[in-house]
Write a protein that binds this ligand. Structure first.
Ligand SMILES: Nc1ncnc2c1ncn2[C@@H]1O[C@H](COP(=O)(O)OP(=O)(O)OP(=O)(O)O)[C@@H](O)[C@H]1O
Length: 359
């Protein structure tokens, strides 16, 4: 059920080998966290399969993937909330299997769903977590107030958590993970439901936490957030890593050129005029790939990196005139992380369709 040959991506293979070397040569302390061959199965379904990666000291590593890719399951295995089927994790000279309590004592965890006690105030929650982290007496009270301030919760510090909005609960959960400065933070979608202003404040906090030497493993569905925070990213598909590397590295490896989105007027997909348009685009923007057709929108990746914006716009304006009965509008973007993510996400959907077809 757990497949070893999961991808042909050289970076993922290299990372897996590096992890194996670190474990074999007893050098896991060189990085903050090592995840080695993590697997989780439910009956015959593999939610996570042979997942291996390391998080460096002082690094923010982003784990991306569409719903159901296996990110939360990975976090839950790391925190001991879920039993692993196979694999191990190492951090701070401790091993999840052998020294579970000491391993976990180095981790601050913000789960996907807030773990607040509804009848406690935000201040009480943070004082409790401060004490749990071993901060004594008056210092625990001061630490709680410092985090309330950092997360913009000071004004509602004495309100019961049940009266907090979703975004406020989320900010409190993040503070609960960060209080006491644990060396490793596991943050599962920490800013989902958080407003854009608070989200940027949170980015500042997280960047300063990282700059102070703490390490972070983060999941997020926001590409902006990943670009702002993460030095490296891994994209998971069906429980397996499909690519791994720095944001710029992934962009230049998987997303060169431009993304062209063409919105069509209602049209028969088999119409000769549409075929003509597709041939024209293929010819004028060689090499290019039709990446997606969805609700009258064609999405192309234009791979010719020597093309200038002016050239592409000029050609598109010409096509818009020639095919005025067909093209309603178009937009052009430099291909970014979102397109890289979407191309891997499509893979998960395609696999699901194939599996359905087989069953
Ligand atoms: N207890 C369970 N029994 C069976 N399958 C489960 C169980 N828990 C999780 N799964 C499945 O494991 C897969 C991975 O789920 P997981 O929650 O890790 O995904 P995720 O990447 O965190 O998704 P999201 O972005 O929605 O949080 C999903 O297909 C999910 O349905």
């Amino acid at each position: 059920m757990f497949e070893k040959e999961v991808t042909d991506d050289d970076d993922v293979i290299a990372e897996s080998k590096r992890v194996a070397e670190l474990v074999k040569n007893d050098r896991v302390h060189e990085v903050a966290l090592v995840v080695e061959n993590f697997c989780k199965g439910y009956d015959s379904f593999a939610a996570v399969s042979m997942l291996s990666f390391g998080v460096h000291h002082g690094e923010c590593f982003g784990l991306l993937g569409i719903n159901g890719a296996g990110k939360t399951t990975t976090f839950e295995m790391l925190t001991g909330d879920k039993r692993k089927s196979f694999g191990n994790a190492y951090g701070f000279r401790k091993t999840l299997d052998k020294n579970r309590c000491e391993f976990l004592s180095n981790i601050g965890y913000c789960p996907q769903y807030d773990g607040v006690i509804e009848v406690f105030s935000g201040r009480q929650m943070l004082q409790l977590f401060s004490r749990l982290r071993g901060i004594p007496g008056r210092a625990a009270i001061d630490e709680a107030d410092e985090w309330l301030n950092k997360m913009g919760l000071l004004e509602s510090a004495n309100a019961q958590c049940k009266n907090y909005s979703g975004g406020m609960k989320r900010r409190l959960s993040v503070a609960m993970a960060m209080i006491g400065d644990p060396p490793l933070l596991l943050l599962d979608e920490p800013t989902s439901g958080v407003d854009p202003v608070s989200r940027r404040q949170f980015w500042d906090v997280l960047n300063s936490v990282r700059d102070s030497g703490q390490s972070i493993l983060l999941t997020s569905h926001s590409m902006d957030e990943c670009e702002a925070l993460c030095s490296r990213l891994g994209i998971m598909v069906n429980g397996q890593l499909q690519c791994l590397g720095g944001v710029q590295h992934l962009k230049s490896k998987f997303a060169q050129g431009y993304t062209l989105s063409l919105k069509l007027k209602l049209v028969n997909p088999d119409s000769p005029e549409l075929q003509n348009l597709r041939e024209e685009i293929s010819d004028k923007f060689k090499p290019c790939v039709l990446k997606d057709i969805h609700q009258n929108v064609l999405q192309y990746q234009l791979l010719n990196i020597t093309l200038g914006w002016d050239e592409v716009f000029k050609t598109m304006e010409g096509l818009k005139t020639s095919f005025e009965n067909l093209i309603e509008d178009y937009s052009l973007n430099e291909t970014g992380l979102e397109e890289v993510f979407l191309s891997f996400a499509r893979k998960q959907h395609e696999n699901k369709k194939e599996n359905k077809g087989q069953s």
